[in-house]
Design a protein around this ligand. Structure first.
Ligand code: PMP
Length: 372
């Protein structure tokens, strides 16, 4: 612990009560700029009502293969399969478990997995757990992937759709073309792009018009609900049901959470929330740039304000909180050492007035930390 503290990498829990675009952090009210509830659906009255109406018990208290497979789970899977234009879908209790479940079912020590260097921790853990040989390709670099992808045998290419810490979007047109040319299985974790990008907001692969073998996603981000899922072929779904330990040996997602997701999906398809989100992104990005901040190459609702030094990043986020703005400082091991940043994520719930207040706080906090 001492060395973690000395390197400014110590983490402590805070008390956070979320109220849509506002969060009460350790008793202090602040504009919430680190939410994954990109469309604000977690507090949509129709979604909340659907969950409440379905609440006859708290959970099925059983795994899917025993007594947990309430029909609402397969109803949700049908909706999700259509949404991702896949043959089928399979719900997991979380997106983290979906990554672990699918990668360990598809890969073993005879497999080589090609994984983007900035892939999420759940993908890294999944690759490790599978026992496969792992080759890391440079971030979002199809050329490097092509150079590496010369191994014979079973191969998998795995990437995020929208990268969770940088907010940039994977070049899936090239990545999928190269992977498919070499006969590799393609897996895209679209936790941050799902319900936000693509035709009918069906995610990043559809926005490039590419087919992937396995979509992994979370229901707790764009959809504002809870749970994870995989959308894929019938054959892979069947394999997961029969071999994926993260599916078999855990309790089923509670049915009221499935009902909430089923209610949220049609609302996410209307498009007005994504329109508001996109206008908020444009406004905040242009104003932060004008104020002189260095932003990452994001093209999404995840906007990294690059700082570098871990101590400075923490100080900046503390100064922001004092001024009523809640932004997380993201540090190693979540990102590379020396590439600490403030990871802003904005939502459709933020008003211009929230964003103006946040921008004023950034200016004032900068006066204290002399970042720009
Ligand atoms: N994949 C990515 C890219 C993520 O950012 C996250 C959550 N931070 C997950 C998977 C895990 O999703 P869940 O929170 O549903 O476990």
């Amino acid at each position: 612990m001492g060395s973690i503290k000395a390197a400014n990498l110590y983490r402590a829990l805070r008390n956070v009560v979320v109220k849509g675009p506002i969060a009460v952090v350790n008793g202090r009210e602040a504009i919430h700029l680190c939410s994954n509830d990109y469309l604000g659906l977690s507090q949509n009255s129709q979604v909340v009502k659907a969950a409440a109406m379905a609440l006859t018990h708290v959970s099925q208290a059983s795994s899917r293969l025993i007594a947990g497979n309430d029909p609402v789970l397969e109803e949700l899977e049908g909706v999700l399969a259509r949404h991702r234009r896949a043959e089928t879908a399979l719900v997991y209790p979380t997106g983290y478990m979906a990554n672990l479940g699918v990668v360990t079912a598809l890969a073993d020590k005879k497999t080589t997995i090609f994984s983007d260097e900035l892939n999420h921790a759940s993908i890294i853990d999944a690759c490790r757990l599978s026992g496969a040989r792992v080759q890391i390709f440079r971030h979002n670099d199809p050329g490097h992937l092509e150079e590496l992808l010369r191994r014979p045998g079973r191969t998998i290419v795995i990437t995020e759709g929208v990268f969770s810490m940088d907010g940039d979007i994977a070049d899936l047109r090239q990545i999928c073309r190269i992977a498919q040319k070499r006969g590799a299985i393609t897996i895209v974790d679209d936790a941050h792009g799902d319900f936000v990008f693509g035709p009918k907001f069906s995610g990043v692969p559809a926005s490039f018009g590419v087919d992937v073998d396995v979509h992994v996603s979370s229901l707790s981000k764009g959809l504002g609900c809870f749970g994870g899922y995989v959308a894929t072929s019938k054959k892979i779904r069947d394999l997961l049901i029969n071999t994926s330990r993260q599916f078999i040996y855990t309790s089923a997602l509670p049915d009221h959470l499935c009902a909430a997701a089923i209610a949220a999906i049609p609302i996410s398809k209307k498009g007005h929330l994504q329109k508001q989100l996109s206008s908020n992104i444009k406004f905040l990005v242009s104003r932060l740039r004008k104020q002189g901040f260095t932003l990452g190459v994001s093209s999404s609702q995840i906007i990294p304000v690059m700082i570098g030094d871990e101590k400075k990043a923490i100080k900046f986020s503390q100064e922001l909180l004092k001024r009523g703005v809640f932004v997380q400082a993201v540090r190693y091991p979540t990102v590379r050492k020396g590439s600490a940043r403030l990871r802003i994520s904005i939502t459709a719930m933020h008003t211009k007035s929230h964003l103006e207040t946040a921008l004023d706080a950034f200016s004032a906090a900068n006066g204290k930390t002399c970042l720009v």
